[in-house]
Write a protein that binds this ligand. Structure first.
Ligand SMILES: [Zn+2]
Length: 457
């Protein structure tokens, strides 16, 4: 597969190139300078590597993805794959500049690849209209560098976990050839960040999970029966009341861009809030909760994608020292950038290889363990499935994602760890959408008075 791709590129290269085409890139790669990497030797081989061999995966073909594809293609990268599971919406067109009105409804990955391939001769972008979870290790292993322009923390954590799972160790020493660098960009309105992750060597996504605010999700029982926050009231109307009342007719789904819809949700949320003596429901908050979207600013995407593509170029060519390792960008008020070195966390659930400890008294209920896994800022799991080995048999203690198993295992949530037959030192295997691999936890029984906390290793 890889070989076929290469020979195609050589053909493309002979077809698509003209005199001086890569002059702007050659200036960086074929001469030395005060800012080059100390070990850098100028040569023509770096450019050849970019054009013919280097294989990049771009995850996301949205605001950041369009910019990234354009930047990489114009920097000389020709073997690019792009994965995106979304289709083009009319609201994307103001910034996702590879798409036109006629493309609305088509997969972003397909249209983005077509555009770049047509516009940049010799460039071969291969689209995948899929979820990242649809691919296995053998797919990801073929790339030299992976760059992410995602708006989902779950997806970031998943790809982070995937790249960590590709690492190989010999006698406890990391084999550097198994490392696939991950460049991650993120934006939110006027703020953004770009970071370089060398899996197994530098801070990974999960090492710095506390930097990301937990995504807002509310337990259904809270929404349905004991709301405490204005958001709970809005969620109630959005999730439960809208499908029941069908205020705009049978087949009309709630559209966050329709002011009449938002207005209806707002008014109903006010009523529910009044019922429970909750204040703070506003039209603006209603819109925020209903749309669940992060506002996108084209120029922020451009800045962050430029930073990410530059890092891809630096790592691919070794001509310059890469970002170490986290860049913050903020132009909400003035213009501010800052770079710091995010540090690895000794007991990171994703990259530390240290067994995670869970401290609970034997009288704690499984529900408490579940809540801990989802609410702890360092874990932030979404729908953890907990299993263990009891008397030599694998036993699922709780699994949410399959209705029949959820129903069967639900009674376990109210049982104590002791009633479930779990012992001190018991290993619990936890699977979750945030990671492709199972996370192992070791249960540490505490005395009854001890508060619930995770042991810091
Ligand atoms: Zn980590």
């Amino acid at each position: 597969m890889l070989r076929a791709g290469c020979s195609m590129a050589v053909e493309g290269c002979s077809i698509g190139d003209w005199d001086g085409r890569w002059g702007h890139v050659q200036k960086f790669l074929e001469r030395t300078g005060p800012f080059t990497h100390p070990d850098f030797e100028p040569s023509e081989e770096s450019l050849q590597f970019l054009l013919e061999t280097c294989k990049i995966l771009v995850i996301g073909a949205g605001g950041l993805g369009c910019e990234l594809l354009k930047n990489l293609a114009l920097s000389g990268f020709r073997h690019i794959h792009v994965v995106d599971m979304d289709i083009i919406d009319v609201s994307n067109l103001n910034r996702q500049f590879l798409f036109r009105s006629k493309d609305v409804g088509r997969p972003k990955a397909d249209v983005a690849a077509e555009f770049i391939n047509q516009r940049v001769p010799g460039c071969n972008v291969v689209p995948h209209f899929k979820k990242i979870q649809d691919f296995d290790a053998s797919f990801y292993r073929q790339f030299h560098i992976i760059v992410c322009g995602l708006d989902s923390i779950i997806a970031r954590r998943w790809i982070n976990g995937m790249l960590l799972s590709l690492l190989s160790y010999e006698d406890g020493v990391l084999d550097p050839s198994s490392i696939i660098p991950l460049i991650d960009g993120g934006t939110e309105g006027f703020k953004g960040n770009a970071r370089v992750i060398l899996p197994g060597m530098t801070a990974c996504i999960d090492c710095t999970l506390e930097l990301y605010p937990p995504q807002i999700t509310f337990p259904m029982c809270t929404i349905a029966s004991m709301p405490r926050l204005p958001e709970h009231c809005i969620e109630y109307v959005r999730v439960l009341q809208w499908p029941k009342d069908k205020p705009f007719g049978d087949a009309v789904g709630l559209d966050g861009d329709n002011p009449e819809h938002v207005q209806w949700v707002f008014q109903e949320s006010l009523k529910r809030a009044a019922e429970f003596n909750i204040t703070g429901v506003t039209y603006r908050l209603t819109q925020g909760v209903v749309k669940r979207i992060i506002p996108a600013v084209a120029s922020t995407n451009a800045v962050i994608a430029a930073a990410c593509a530059t890092e891809v170029f630096k790592i691919a060519t070794s001509a310059y020292i890469p970002l170490n390792n986290y860049l913050v960008f903020n132009d909400v008020d003035g213009l501010y950038t800052y770079t710091f070195e995010a540090e690895r966390k000794d007991n990171c659930t994703a990259c530390s290889q240290v067994p995670q400890k869970l401290q609970f008294p034997p009288s704690a209920k499984l529900q408490e363990v579940l809540e801990y896994l989802t609410e702890n800022a360092a874990l932030q799991m979404k729908s953890p499935a907990i299993s263990t080995t009891l008397e030599g048999k694998n036993k699922t203690l709780y699994l949410q994602s399959i209705a029949s198993i959820e129903e069967r295992t639900r009674p376990n949530l109210c049982k104590t760890l002791k009633e479930l037959g779990l012992a001190d030192g018991q290993e619990l295997a936890v699977a979750d959408v945030t990671t492709p691999q199972t996370v192992l936890f070791k249960l540490n029984f505490t005395s009854e008075t001890c508060s619930i906390k995770q042991v810091q290793n």
